[in-house]
Design a protein around this ligand. Structure first.
Ligand code: SOE
Length: 388
C-alpha cells in the first residue's frame, strides 16, 4: 500500500484527538494510503517526548519550520493554538504539503483569506477540521435535507454552550487572549455552528450580533498549562481578558431562511452542548452533541394522528461510517468524527479530489464570524458582501 508521512504540529487536546485518528483509521477502514506517524512537533521538549512515545510518533522536533521544510513529509497536521495556523498553513502550502488544519481557521477573516489564497495557488489538498460534519447523525440530517424531507428551510437555530471558564479563578490561557485566539466563543464555538449552518442550510447573506464580557481580568496561567480543562494559575497576578465571553448572532441566509447562533462559555451545566434545530415546510430536525448518536425528526407528511418528533438512533449500517464500527445500537463517540475525517482526507488525497470542508469553507466561516463581531461593535446589520 502507498504510504505517506504525517507531521503533527501541536501536542495538546487536538494533537491527541488527531493522533488517535491517524492511528485508528486503518484498523477500521480500508485506506488507500497508509499514514506513517513520522514526526510530532511541540514547544515543550519534555511534554513532546512523552506525547510522541504514547502515540507512536517516530521523531520529535520543537521547530515547526524545520518540520514543514522536510522533504520526506507529505501531510502537515496543524493542531496548534489558532494564531499559529496562518504562518504554518502558508509555509506548508508553499512547500507543497497536503494540509489538515484545526479550526477556527485563523485569528481574523483577513488571515483566513491569505491562507486560502496560498492553498489555492498550491497543489496539495487542504482540509479544515469541522469534525462535527462527520458525525453519522449529522450526515443523516444532511441526507434528509438533501432528499427534500424538510421542504423549504425556514429556520436554523444553533447553540453551542459550554461552562469551563465560569470560575473567575480560571486562568488567562491562550483561548482568552485576542492575540492568540482572535476572539472568544464567537470563533471557538460559533465556527462549528456556522459551519454546520452553511453545510445544512446554505450561504449566509447578512448578520446582526451582540457580545458580552462578564469577567474582564483573570489570573495569569502557570507556564506549563495549555490544556483548558486542567488549567492552574500561578498566583494572584492578573491579566486582561481580551476576548468576549459570549456572542449571540442572527443570520439571514441567501435562500431566505432566518437563523440564530448562540455561543457562550457561561452556560452552567452545559459541557459540550453543540445543539441545533432546522425547521422546514415539511419537517424539522434537532441534534444535540451530548446525545450524538441520535437525531430527532418530525415529519408533517406523517398522518396527523401520529405526528410528533421521533428519535432516530443513527447506529445502523445504513448510516454514514457506521458499518465500519460496531453492530447497531453500539454507540460511537466524539473521537470517531476525527477518524472519519482522516479517512475522507486520505481518500481525497489519493483520488486528487477536493476535500470538504476545506480552507475555502474555513475562510467563509471566518467571514460570517467577523461580520458578527463587526455588527456587535457597531450595533448595525452587516452584509457579507461588504466584508470582501
Ligand atoms: C473548547 O471550547 C473546545 O475544545 C473547542 O475548541 C472544540 O472545537 C470543541 O469541539 C469542543 O470544545
Amino acid at each position: 500500500m502507498k504510504k505517506m508521512n504525517v507531521a503533527i504540529i501541536g501536542d495538546k487536546f487536538m494533537g491527541k484527538a488527531h493522533s488517535n485518528a491517524w492511528k485508528q483509521a486503518g484498523y477500521f477502514f480500508d485506506l488507500p494510503i497508509q499514514p506513517v506517524l513520522k514526526v510530532a512537533c511541540g514547544r515543550n521538549a519534555e511534554q513532546l517526548k512523552e506525547f510522541a512515545q504514547r502515540w507512536g510518533w517516530e521523531e520529535v522536533e520543537t521547530d515547526w519550520r524545520k518540520v514543514v521544510g522536510r522533504k520526506d513529509i507529505d501531510i502537515v497536521d496543524v493542531s496548534t493554538p489558532t494564531y499559529l495556523h496562518h504562518d504554518i498553513v502558508i509555509a506548508a502550502a508553499k512547500a507543497g504539503k497536503h494540509i489538515y488544519c484545526e479550526k477556527p481557521t485563523a485569528v481574523s477573516y483577513q488571515e483566513a483569506k491569505e491562507m486560502y489564497q496560498a492553498v489555492k495557488a498550491a497543489k496539495g489538498k487542504h482540509y479544515i477540521n469541522f469534525n462535527y460534519r462527520r458525525c453519522p447523525a449529522i450526515q443523516l440530517a444532511k441526507r434528509l435535507i438533501d432528499e427534500g424531507k424538510l421542504g423549504r428551510i425556514y429556520h436554523w437555530r444553533g447553540a453551542y454552550l459550554q461552562s469551563w471558564i465560569m470560575d473567575p479563578a480560571f486562568p488567562l490561557t491562550w483561548h482568552l487572549r485576542k492575540e492568540t485566539a482572535g476572539a472568544g466563543p464567537q470563533y471557538d464555538l460559533g465556527s462549528h455552528n456556522v459551519d454546520l449552518a452553511r453545510f445544512l442550510v446554505g450561504e449566509v447573506k447578512s448578520v446582526m450580533a451582540m457580545t458580552a464580557h462578564f469577567i474582564t481580568e483573570r489570573p495569569l496561567p502557570d507556564e506549563s498549562v495549555a490544556r483548558t480543562f486542567q488549567a492552574g494559575s500561578k498566583g494572584t497576578e492578573k491579566g486582561k481578558v481580551g476576548v468576549e465571553d459570549a456572542a449571540f448572532m442572527t443570520l439571514e441566509f441567501e435562500n431566505g431562511a432566518l437563523g440564530a447562533v448562540e455561543s457562550t462559555r457561561f452556560a452552567g451545566g452545559r459541557k459540550n452542548y453543540n445543539y441545533f434545530e432546522v425547521y422546514g415546510s415539511k419537517g424539522s430536525i434537532l441534534f444535540d452533541m451530548e446525545r450524538m448518536n441520535e437525531l430527532e425528526y418530525f415529519s408533517m407528511e406523517d398522518p396527523d394522528y401520529a405526528q410528533g418528533f421521533r428519535t432516530i438512533l443513527a447506529t445502523e449500517p445504513v448510516h454514514a461510517y457506521v458499518a465500519n464500527w460496531w453492530p447497531p445500537g453500539h454507540a460511537i463517540g466524539y473521537e470517531h468524527e476525527h477518524v472519519h475525517a482522516v479517512v475522507d482526507f486520505l481518500k481525497a488525497v489519493d483520488s486528487d479530489k477536493e476535500m470538504t470542508p476545506n480552507l475555502y469553507d474555513g475562510m467563509k466561516v471566518m467571514q460570517v464570524l467577523d461580520a458578527g463581531l463587526e455588527s456587535a461593535r457597531t450595533g448595525k446589520k452587516v452584509a457579507l458582501k461588504d466584508m470582501e
